[in-house]
Write a protein that binds this ligand. Structure first.
Ligand code: ACM
Length: 676
């Protein structure tokens, strides 16, 4: 443990130095404009907050929470209790001046100005939402050193690049309890995300209470669903943090759970059952049955008032036509009504659903597949299949949201997501079309996660997505992003999400011990297979499989592995021999760990599948140490040796335990450095 911290901090100061020329504040998302001054505002126990202009309940609550968070972070005993416009304070440290209440809608003003001088702090904004964003920036700016706790003197003018900065949580594949949603809302607020999209219905579960159709939750949820009271609580909790909640009821496909309860609405003969497996399923609502629309009308009449947001998401993705093809009545209906194919049948269905939603004052959002000539232009296309689909939608006059490239369930690297831009450079959209690109949304599909490890798939990578959606496009330095990400990750943990704390807990479970260091050395440098590869290897996974193994603890783009990869990259670029001892620290650790790993795995069958990566890591480390010795001695590495290492690297790229080794790039750089 100690070794790790030393390694990481040496690494940070060496690579990033004391004074990186840009983006030097520990902020994420990075502000649009920041002017650094000299000196600091020193926080003392007289620190108080005053709301000096417009006020409302949620601004008072937000300000009070920030006050407590600063107190908690610094351990200082502040005198002020609850921040309220009614309670005047003498010489406030922080003055918040807001002009009006903000609305939770597209293009609302979330800008703010934060000015910190040696003896005052002010946040000015048009709306209370802007103040919330500014308060989070202020909190991230706290630094502590020998002189105390303080904020740097800065002048920040900030506003979002995109109006829709979302996180979708699939609460269906694995149900996520209320507490998970709430802690993630707090983390979202910290990085200025403003849309929570709840994916509430699936083949694997119906997750929202209906009082009119109680069989939905009685037969379709295994008892795991949100009551209407809980939904109201979520909506209020999010609203208090300037976050919209957009519900999704995914129809006409993805409907096994719904049809388990109401099989008469299906396109097939039934009976239906809750699906326990992963993949695209066939149960589909019958779009030619009047009863389907009567049902949806009543259901949406009941559910839409729970969600004040203007938008209602109807899914519409991955509709299999199997049941439609096999149903003669559906085909006769299509013929009689001039519906020429199944995509048009879905469009017909969407048109009727749209009429229902319009009656309830809602604007329709759907995945790519809903795009069809008959969709009114105020619908929103949610693009999961590619940026091209998004471009097509906005050219045709629709608003659109990008999720392709933000699938955080697929274990891609942070930089992969960071470089994914809803409005990529060089696009040829007009100004009006650009404006219709509302933004983007990270999607947390929940096949392979439970409440225990889900936060480690969302965070910290989603903070980098949040930056892509908030900050100017020019904020794009990858190393700098990673440096800030490491720090924000800790702040996110403080805010309540469990991506770090559950990591150790899950290691302890497998070890049945506090002593996890040997297992951790390995898990720190492996990552779960990317994209959908895990479904093609290892045991078949279902909703009741254990998600507690090495692959479930390992995270995408692990920080510790990245530290090694960057060091080797830097050595390859600079040939700076001062880096060699730092590289050796990693290599020694890995070389020596394998024997220990064999010992601990002897009596713990659950971790034995880690042996292959552990062995490969040891071999790579041994060979790496041979290289660094030769580098230090200035000896030439033989072509034979290079070949051996190349083969070992190829071998080590193979998946094992549904994981891949995350330090391959480092070894490739190290090897490359001796080739020339
Ligand atoms: C999706 O991933 N089917 C929206």
């Amino acid at each position: 443990m100690f070794k790790y911290l030393v390694l990481t901090s040496i690494f940070s100061s060496l690579i990033f130095g004391q004074n990186p020329e840009n983006n030097s504040f520990n902020l994420m998302p990075y502000p649009a404009k920041i002017t650094a001054g000299n000196g600091f505002y020193i926080i003392d126990t007289s620190f108080t907050i005053e709301i000096s202009n417009f006020s409302n309940n949620r601004l008072e609550k937000y300000s009070s929470r920030i006050l407590r968070r600063i107190s908690g972070k610094t351990g200082m005993f502040f005198k002020q209790d609850y921040v309220s416009a009614k309670n005047k304070v003498e010489n406030p440290a922080l003055k918040i001046a807001v002009k009006r209440e903000g609305f939770l809608k597209d293009y609302e003003d979330e800008s703010y100005r934060l000015i910190i001088t040696n003896n005052s702090i002010t946040i000015e904004s048009e709306t209370d939402l802007g103040a919330f964003r500014g308060l989070e920036t202020l909190f991230q700016l706290i630094v502590s050193d020998a002189s105390g706790n303080k904020f740097p003197v800065v002048d920040i003018e900030d506003e979002p690049r995109f109006t829709w900065r979302g996180l979708m949580i699939d609460v269906c594949r694995h149900f996520m309890p209320l507490e998970m949603i709430l802690r993630n809302i707090d983390a979202m607020a910290m990085v200025k995300l403003n849309v929570l999209h709840l994916h509430l219905s699936e083949d694997q579960g119906w997750r929202i209470e209906s009082k009119i159709f109680p069989k939905l939750q009685e037969l379709g949820s295994d008892g795991l669903y949100f009551t209407q009271e809980e939904i109201k609580y979520i909506v209020n909790y999010a609203g208090d943090r300037g976050i919209r909640v957009v519900p999704e009821i995914d129809i006409p496909g993805h409907s096994s759970a719904l049809l388990t309860a109401y099989p008469e609405l299906g396109s097939g003969p039934g009976p239906y059952k809750i699906d326990r497996t992963w993949g695209i399923k066939t149960p589909t609502l019958n779009p030619t049955n009047t009863k389907t629309y009567e049902f949806l009308d009543k259901l949406f009449g009941e559910l839409t008032p729970l969600f004040p947001d203007a938008y209602f998401h109807i899914g519409g993705d991955e509709v299999k036509d199997t049941e439609w093809k096999n149903n003669p009545e559906i085909n006769e209906y299509m013929k009689a009504n001039g519906i020429s194919d199944y995509h048009e049948l879905q469009a017909y269905f969407n048109g009727r659903v749209l009429n229902i939603l319009q009656k309830y004052g809602k604007t329709l959002v759907g995945w790519d597949e809903i795009l069809h000539d008959n969709m009114p232009k105020n619908s929103v296309i949610h693009s999961w299949r590619g940026i091209k689909a998004l471009m097509k939608a906005v050219r045709e006059g629709y608003k659109a949201i990008l999720s392709n490239g933000y699938y955080i369930d697929l274990n891609q690297s942070t930089v992969f997501h960071y470089k994914n831009d809803p409005l990529p450079e060089g696009n040829d959209l007009t100004k009006e079309e650009k404006k219709r690109v509302l933004g983007g949304e990270a999607t947390m599909w929940a096949e392979l996660v439970t409440n225990e490890n889900v936060d480690s798939r969302i965070w910290p990578r989603t903070a980098a997505i949040a930056e892509r959606l908030w900050s100017p496009q020019s904020i794009s330095d990858v190393r700098n992003m990673y440096e800030r990400l490491g720090k924000i990750s800790l702040l996110l943990e403080e805010s309540g999400v469990k991506h770090i704390k559950n990591y150790d807990m899950m290691l302890r479970r497998l070890m049945s011990s506090h002593e996890v260091s040997t297992l951790k050395v390995l898990v720190d440098v492996v990552q779960p297979l990317k994209e959908y590869a895990r479904h093609r290897t290892g045991p078949k996974l279902t909703s009741f499989s254990p998600y507690t193994r090495i692959v479930d603890i390992a995270t995408a783009d692990p920080e510790f592995a990245r530290g090694f990869n960057f060091l080797c990259e830097d050595y390859n670029n600079s040939k700076n021999k001062e880096l060699i001892p730092l590289i050796n620290n990693y290599l020694n650790l890995w070389r020596d760990n394998h024997a220990l790993f064999l010992q601990i795995s002897e009596n713990r069958p659950v971790i034995r599948d880690g042996r292959t990566h552990s062995l490969n890591l040891k071999r790579l480390a041994e060979n790496g140490l041979e290289l660094t010795i030769m580098i230090e001695k200035g000896e030439k590495v033989s072509s034979q040796k290079i070949k051996v290492i190349e083969q070992l690297i190829e071998l080590s790229k193979k998946e094992s335990a549904q994981c891949e080794l995350a330090v391959i790039t480092g070894f490739e750089f190290l090897l490359n450095s001796v080739k020339k």
